[in-house]
Each structure stands twice: as C-alpha cells, then as structure tokens.
Design a protein around this ligand. Structure first.
Ligand code: G3P
Length: 217
C-alpha cells in the first residue's frame, strides 16, 4: 500500500519525504488556501522533492473549463495528477483527460456507485472520503470494502486512494482491505511510528545500557 501525504505545506512535505515512506502527495483547494501560497508555486516546489504522483485539483465546475485547467496543471510537472470532483461534468472531463493520457484522481466520492462510474470513466485514482462519512455516522471503511469488491469483480484498473483519513485505524483497515493508497495528514503520519510500549521499551534499554558504562562508537 502506498502512502501519500495529504498536505500543501512544502516544508512539512520535504521533511516527511526524507523518511523514505512517502510515495506521493495530494492537495485540495482548502489545503492550498491553508498554505497561504500561490497554487502553482506550491506545486512546482513539491515536484522538486516528490518524484511520485502529486494531485492538483481543478476549481472549474463545467467540463470544458475543467479540461482546460487540467491541461494547465498537468504542464507543471510530469507527475501531476489532475483531481476532479465526482460530478457529471467532472467525469466527462475525466474521460477526456484520460484519452489525452493525463492521470486523474476523482475526488469527493461517498458511495460505491459513484466509485463505479468513476472507474467506468477511466479514473486513475478514486478518492473515497472515509472520515467525512464517519462524521455523519456512516461507516467510511465499509465503503472501501464495497469499492474493493466492485473493482475486483470487474477488474477495474482504477486505484483506491483512501482519503479524509482521521486516525491510525483508517490506515490499518485500508491495508487489511487491500486499498492501493492512503493519503495521510502529516499529524497522522507521525503517529504511524508511535506505540507506548516502543517508547517505554527503548527507555528501559537505554537506561540499562548506561549502567554498563560501555560505548559502541
Ligand atoms: O484531500 C481530500 C481529503 O483527504 C480531505 O480530508 O480531513 O478535509 O475530510 P478532510
């Protein structure tokens, strides 16, 4: 399972990329707004560091302008993936950009039938938002299970990119289901390393080592 960072904060992305565990990045208009930076500057900076896919979202709502925006975004770097909303216009744009061999990430997916029509439209990635479904008392991970079954049934090549990740369990369950990618907010990414027994165990080892008065280097 690949790990993408769900962030538009260039410094954070650079720091976390150095862990060797980040395969790509996803951005959205809210994350760009939060960064306070120019969209194109941010994308160019991210693409200097990140060699894997970088999702950049269109903001037009009609297919003609989505396609035009998508083409412009795709020119920023060869690893840009054009993010399109799961609307009728978004999927028309997806079909068009797919024909042009531009990679797409269909976002704001909240049902398995939406995921089905995105795959039928040739999407490279589908982004189901698990956290936002949990927020309204639905089961986000159940949606991932359904999409996995449907995509397996019909051997769709569209990759399942689990988005709106809020906790470690979302990451764990994604891996158990066999999702292709999880896009993880930096805060949750850091938590992947953490376990209270790891921390305690290391402290005990180091304290005992001190008592030996030895050095390795
Ligand atoms: O990038 C899309 C998605 O990950 C957004 O997450 O936390 O705003 O629901 P969130």
């Amino acid at each position: 399972m690949d790990f993408f960072l769900d962030s538009a904060d260039v410094e954070t992305i650079e720091n976390m990329y150095a862990t060797g565990l980040v395969d790509g990045v996803t951005t959205n208009p809210s994350l760009i707004a939060k960064s306070g930076q120019n969209f194109f500057t941010v994308l160019k900076q991210i693409s200097k560091t990140v060699k894997g896919p970088i999702s950049a979202e269109v903001t037009a709502t009609d297919s003609k302008n989505m396609i035009a925006e998508g083409k412009k975004l795709a020119k920023v770097s060869k690893n840009i993936v054009v993010k399109l909303p799961l609307t009728q216009e978004g999927l028309i744009a997806c079909q068009h950009l797919t024909k042009l061999k531009i990679k797409t990430n269909v976002t704001l997916c909240f049902s398995s039938t939406q995921a089905l029509i995105a795959a039928r439209s040739g999407a490279t990635y589908i982004s189901p938002f698990v956290g936002r479904l949990d927020d309204i008392n639905e089961n986000g991970m159940e949606l991932i299970r359904e999409i996995k079954t449907i995509y397996t049934n019909y051997q769709f090549k569209t990759k399942i990119l689990v988005a709106s990740v809020r906790n470690i369990d979302h990451v764990r369950e994604s891996a158990l289901i066999g999702a292709d990618v999880v896009t993880i907010p930096p805060k949750i990414f850091e938590m992947l390393y953490e376990h209270p027994l790891t921390e305690k165990g290391l402290m005990d080892f180091l304290n005992d080592w001190k008592k030996t008065k030895q050095k390795i280097l």
